[in-house]
Design a protein around this ligand. Structure first.
Ligand SMILES: NC(=O)c1ccc[n+]([C@@H]2O[C@H](COP(=O)([O-])OP(=O)(O)OC[C@H]3O[C@@H](n4cnc5c(N)ncnc54)[C@H](OP(=O)(O)O)[C@@H]3O)[C@@H](O)[C@H]2O)c1
Length: 156
């Protein structure tokens, strides 16, 4: 186990993305994401980085996991999740796995906690959150909204 925590927004049908986009826009959920991750380290796969169009998210240390890119402005690049885990193991900041599906799939077994926005929609999409129910159990509901609830899960 590492000090990684994961944060994601998942629709009722498991969709988290369509192409490079997230197929909904919920300002309150963006605010929750910003509030939770600001001041911490955010770790993302290369596709998710590409969806930011070269603009790192402010007030957070942006980290990309990729075997293809070696260096970009505004973010640190690592070739593996293990290298990320080792680099930040003694860092006092939270280290958030922020997606996408491929990175969640590799990182969830290393995460102690999962913060999920359960989005009350069934959008078309082609990127899905990986199975997590056997690894995590719900602990508390952090937010209740009309369009989404936020649930904190902990390791079983
Ligand atoms: N709803 C949400 O909360 C949420 C959050 C984030 C993203 N998304 C959506 O998710 C989609 C992107 O997901 P995705 O699965 O296509 O891509 P991704 O996970 O963002 O990026 C995949 C790439 O990251 C690198 N990578 C991932 N895991 C790795 C590992 N364990 N070791 C080494 N490299 C690794 C590889 O890059 P190389 O090919 O360079 O090696 C891989 O091709 C988009 O639609 C985005 O909008 C949704």
């Amino acid at each position: 186990m590492t000090k990684f925590k994961a944060i994601a927004a998942v629709a009722e049908n498991g969709v988290i993305g369509r192409g490079l986009e997230i197929p909904w826009h919920i300002s309150e959920d963006f605010r929750h994401f910003k509030r939770t991750t600001t001041g911490g380290v955010i770790v993302m796969g290369r596709h998710t980085w590409e969806s930011f169009k070269g603009r790192p998210l402010p007030n957070r240390e942006n980290v990309i996991v990729s075997s293809r890119i070696k260096e970009v402005g505004g973010a640190k690049v690592f070739g593996s999740l293990e290298a990320v885990a080792k680099t930040y193991e003694n860092d006092e900041r939270d280290v958030w796995i922020i997606g996408g599906a491929k990175l969640y799939g590799a990182a969830l077994p290393m995460c102690s906690e999962l913060i999920l926005s359960r989005v009350k929609m069934r959008p078309d999409g082609d990127v899905f959150f990986p199975p997590f129910e056997k690894m995590f159990e719900p602990r508390e509901t952090l937010l209740k909204g009309e369009l989404f609830d936020v649930v904190r899960y902990v390791r079983i």
